[in-house]
Design a protein around this ligand. Structure first.
Ligand SMILES: [Zn+2]
Ligand SMILES: [Zn+2]
Length: 257
């Protein structure tokens, strides 16, 4: 398995350690066709990309792209902000952004007080191995499903890391809407048994590094191992062996811009 492109990476603009220039040089060395730059979304309390930095962020990304010759996608790892499916990348951003990755994270400004159960409440239960209530699973599943239904989301990052959606229901929705499920090489997020059931839905996958430093750009070893263990056919992964994914946000932009 050879990675074509890595669609989940961070820089110093969120909680990564390196700059665009350093990340792109590494991606170039590895022979990747493109790299997705996906800082944490605007509503992340501690390390979200700040809207007032956006202009500088884009300028630096494009400058690094020119200097290295590495093709880069301006993206975001947007946060789901509630059961409604509200994300912190919204339609007003779609003209600028090229890659729409979405996940649930702990420290986020949630839409409503009740939605904040998706953050710290879930994460604490997850860490302490406390079984979630049925209503928490319903609420989390709704959050993912509504987000995928209402937004042209390209990739769901590390599904069920620190939270408790029904992974099969989320996968079916992703399959129907053309959103990829990420198999993360950073975080253990689905068990082998869950991943097998998810794969049975017919959803398509990408594998990503979620690199926060250059030594992990393009590193998908953990995901690759899980793919082999579970026996997922490699044709179901769209960013390996020369294949490039077909993304929803790019299609949206073609129609609307
Ligand atoms: Zn994440
Ligand atoms: Zn990330």
């Amino acid at each position: 398995m050879k990675l074509t492109a890595d669609y989940h990476t961070h820089t110093i603009y969120s909680d990564g350690k390196n700059t665009f220039l350093e990340n792109f040089r590494r991606a170039k060395e590895l022979g990747l066709a493109e790299i997705g730059c996906t800082e944490h979304g605007f509503s992340h309390v501690f390390c979200g990309l700040k809207r007032k930095e956006l202009e500088q962020y884009i300028a630096e990304l494009r400058a690094a792209e020119r200097e290295t010759g590495m093709r880069a996608l301006l993206g975001l790892e947007s946060n789901i902000r509630g059961e409604s499916g509200l994300c912190d990348l919204t339609e007003r951003d779609f003209a600028q952004f090229e890659l729409f990755v979405v996940g649930i994270h702990v420290f986020v400004y949630y839409e409503k007080l009740f939605d904040s159960r998706l953050g710290l409440g879930s994460y604490a239960r997850y860490g302490l191995h406390i079984k979630p209530s049925k209503s928490l699973v319903r609420q989390t599943t709704n959050a993912f499903v509504h987000a995928v239904q209402k937004n042209p989301i390209d990739i769901i990052s590390h599904l069920n890391y620190g939270c408790f959606a029904d992974p099969v229901e989320v996968a079916k929705c992703c399959r129907d809407y053309g959103t990829y499920l990420e198999i993360s090489s950073k975080k253990e997020h689905l068990t082998d048994e869950e991943l097998a059931r998810v794969a049975d839905t017919g959803v398509r996958f990408v594998i990503n590094s979620d690199a926060h430093a250059i030594d992990r750009i393009g590193d998908v070893a953990r995901a690759e191992e899980q793919v082999r263990r579970v026996g997922i056919p490699l044709e179901r992964i769209d960013n390996i062996d020369g294949r490039m994914p077909s993304f929803r946000l790019a299609a949206w932009r073609k129609v609307h811009l």
